[in-house]
Design a binder for this molecule. Structure first.
Ligand SMILES: Nc1ncnc2c1ncn2[C@@H]1O[C@H](COP(=O)(O)OP(=O)(O)OP(=O)(O)O)[C@@H](O)[C@H]1O
Ligand SMILES: [Mg+2]
Length: 258
């Protein structure tokens, strides 16, 4: 089934969107974490999610990349409806994920980490996987670290290997959940620099981050989450410079002061 056909069957306008969510609810036991989220991300768009701890940013991101399922509402990724479990495998090739913790295998080299899924999931030959893996490492500026083990790399370099691992799968969209939060401050720039280059190459990205400078100079849209809903969204300069909601102002004062 094509995207166009999928669109027809639900009436949702997902055709050009990389992601479309409508009316997404999620609860963990008695706690209602997402209370009806509607959001769309267009191809090539860079969206940053901001909001206080516990506002539901990670949960929303995890639902977008199918690590968590919504209780109700619709989620489409690259034209594939996630409620159609038979088609869920189609989206795995479309999404790349990068988290705060790099989750590299310590006993594998940088290239070994980057090629693992290409070999095991994509079933590429070793030569093909290594060619793609080296290209991905080059893209994050680590061509010379292919044979290094994670313990021999800085935190920033390890996170760039994790980004290369996601890129090697040739994703249509990348999700980042606080990719620089575990890094020493002086290493943040090398990771946001790689992310900025990806954005300039036209990658569709959804990024949970507290890096306001990255958000301001790279994002097309900032989305402020509060208590499980999208309270406010717009161009970063507007959301950061002239927020409409008092809750957004309070949040920005807190993060900009610390
Ligand atoms: N698997 C889970 N089981 C139970 N509660 C959960 C689970 N995952 C998240 N929560 C709760 O849901 C709420 C939202 O969590 P979430 O991780 O989405 O927030 P967040 O905005 O990413 O916060 P932070 O900025 O601290 O990362 C929190 O109260 C959290 O404790
Ligand atoms: Mg989180």
């Amino acid at each position: 089934m094509t995207t166009t056909e999928s669109t027809k069957t639900t009436g949702a306008t997902v055709a050009p969107a990389r992601i479309a969510l409508s009316g997404v609810h999620k609860r963990f036991g008695a706690l209602e974490v997402l209370k009806g989220v509607d959001i769309g991300v267009e191809p090539g768009e860079v969206v940053v999610l901001i909001g206080a701890s516990g506002s539901g940013k990670s949960t929303l991101l995890r639902i977008m990349c199918d690590l968590e399922r919504a209780d109700s509402g619709e989620v489409w990724v690259n034209g594939v409806p996630l409620h159609d479990r038979k088609r869920a495998p189609e989206i795995f090739g479309h999404v790349g994920m990068v988290f705060q913790q790099f989750n590299l295998f310590p006993h594998k080299t940088a290239l070994g980490n980057v090629t693992l899924a290409l070999l095991k999931v994509r079933k590429l030959t070793r030569a093909e996987a290594e060619e793609r893996g080296r290209a991905a490492l080059a893209r994050v500026g680590l061509a010379d670290k292919a044979t290094a083990y994670p313990a021999q790399l800085s935190g920033g370099q390890q996170q760039r290997v994790a980004i290369a691992r996601a890129l090697a799968m040739d994703p249509a969209i990348m999700f980042f959940d606080e990719p620089t939060s575990a890094l020493d401050p002086e290493l943040v720039g090398e990771v946001t620099g790689v992310m900025r280059a990806l954005a300039e190459d036209g990658m569709t990205m959804v990024v949970v981050t507290h890096e306001m400078r990255f958000a301001k100079d790279t994002a097309d849209r900032a989305v402020f989450m509060d208590g499980g809903v999208v309270l406010e969204q717009g161009p970063p300069e507007q959301v950061f410079g002239n927020p409409a909601e008092a809750r957004t102002q309070q949040f920005l004062h807190r993060v900009l002061d610390t």
